[in-house]
Design a binder for this molecule. Structure first.
Ligand code: CA
Length: 301
């Protein structure tokens, strides 16, 4: 049995683009990345439609069929909108979705396009998804090396997307997970800028903290050129659920967070820490009050 521990998500426009067409969802047990494409602001429309569909489906997703259904539902919504509205005709988006099943100690992934899911376990990084991209297919068939793919002029061409067709083929995968696992979902604005060994170095120096890792990954992608929007979602798996926050504390991160330089930390843990200091402070004030009253009483008598 595992539980979702600390969570972090960060999205940045990068250094070359004017708009951020990435979207993400952090709605435990569901996490997702969508990287939109299309002229004008169509890419943003597509990725946000996908994120909204994932957000709505988050609480009721079970198993590979369930996750694939949510992704196909998002595809249908985007496709319908693209057919009805000429302004966004031809828009599309990638989708990489991870759903944690805490009681089964498993994570199910569904993905379309070139956004990636990685697992960082025992100090090693494993790419869990295969890119549905032109260069990805050329690398798999042995016609390009990874290094050639990294600088290929058509490296951003994807061969599968949500919203460009009435139906879509969705890859799914379920893997057993363990306490200590750290998952990273990212748009190609990260993976095109950083090699896997560079990602490992950043994750290592973050010491397993999702928040610092998110910030450092985005900073590293920008330092490497920041040619595209870069979005990362990280979540760790721990042995037990963090304590519930007191009623007066900040709400848990819910819904699709605005992907504009937002960091989501595990407010549950931090909330509990802040909350537990208040009773001690109130007690101290009460004791001082009683002492002052006793002193005043002894003087006026
Ligand atoms: Ca991109």
């Amino acid at each position: 049995m595992v539980s979702v521990g600390r969570i972090a998500a960060l999205s940045d426009t990068g250094r070359k683009r004017r708009q951020n067409e990435d979207a993400f969802v952090c709605e435990p047990p569901l996490f997702a990345i969508a990287d939109g494409m299309g002229g004008a602001q169509a890419g943003e429309v597509a990725s946000r439609l996908a994120a909204a569909a994932f957000e709505e489906g988050a609480s009721a997703v079970h198993g590979e069929d369930g996750v694939a259904t949510v992704v196909r539902d998002a595809n249908a919504r985007i496709f319908e909108r693209a057919v009805q509205d000429p302004a966004v005709a031809g828009m599309g988006t990638t989708a990489t979705v991870a759903v944690v099943d805490e009681s089964a100690s498993s994570v199910t992934l569904a993905h379309v396009g070139d956004s990636r899911a990685y697992l960082f376990r025992d100090d090693a990084l494993r790419q869990l998804t295969t890119d549905h991209s032109l260069v990805g297919e050329l690398v798999r068939s042995g016609r390009l090396t990874e290094d050639e793919a990294a600088v290929h002029p058509h490296r951003s061409v994807i061969t599968r997307a949500l919203g460009t067709d009435a139906d879509v083929e969705v890859d799914t995968l379920t893997l057993e997970v363990a306490v200590g696992d750290l998952f990273l979902l990212c748009s190609d604005g990260l993976s095109a800028m950083l090699r896997d060994d560079e990602i490992v170095r950043v994750l290592r120096s973050a010491g397993g903290d999702p928040s610092s890792a998110a910030e450092a990954l985005v900073a590293a992608a920008n330092a490497a050129g920041g040619e595209d929007n870069v979005t990362v979602v990280l979540f760790e798996l721990v042995s037990e659920a963090p304590p519930s926050p007191p009623a007066t504390e900040a709400p848990e991160p819910t819904g699709q967070l605005e992907p504009d330089d937002v960091t989501v930390e595990d407010v549950r843990k931090h909330g509990a820490g802040r909350g537990s200091r208040w009773p001690a402070l109130l007690l101290l004030v009460a004791i001082l009050g009683v002492a002052a009253f006793a002193l005043w009483w002894s003087l006026v008598r």
